[in-house]
Design a protein. Structure first.
Length: 125
């Protein structure tokens, strides 16, 4: 296993959520890059080859599902975990078709996010 921490790219329009996720994920040993929305991530043309994306579903402009579709169209192969405060059956059904690997409901008060990231990266949960 590499000694370099895996990079997790967090995309959320809420600054408090971004900083909280950064703190939690860094405590879990991940390197974290923050983006304040879809446009900021799409403007970054130097995404890591290995890592994981954590994307909020409800954001102004381009929502998380549309962002996932655009990333897949640009051949970005990083696994995508979609997070949302309101998850329904329709979202769960649409997410995989948009290139989303897993959907998690906020707030994540347990280790489900870190465990999901590790699974997405091919490691133990």
């Amino acid at each position: 296993m590499s000694s370099t921490p895996e990079t997790v790219l967090v995309v959320d329009d809420d600054a408090c959520v971004r900083s909280s996720l950064k703190f939690i994920l860094e405590m879990e040993g991940f390197q974290v890059q923050l983006y304040d929305g879809s446009a900021a991530l799409l403007a970054d043309h130097e995404l890591p080859e290995r890592g994981c994306l954590v994307i909020d579903y409800r954001m102004p402009g381009v929502d998380g599902l549309e962002l996932a579709k655009r990333l897949r169209a640009q051949h970005v192969a990083l696994p995508i975990i979609l997070i949302s405060g309101c998850i329904d059956d329709q979202l769960r059904h649409r997410a995989p078709r948009s290139g989303v690997w897993r959907v998690l409901e906020k707030p994540m008060l347990d280790t489900s996010l870190a465990d999901s990231i590790r699974q997405a990266l091919g490691g133990p949960a």
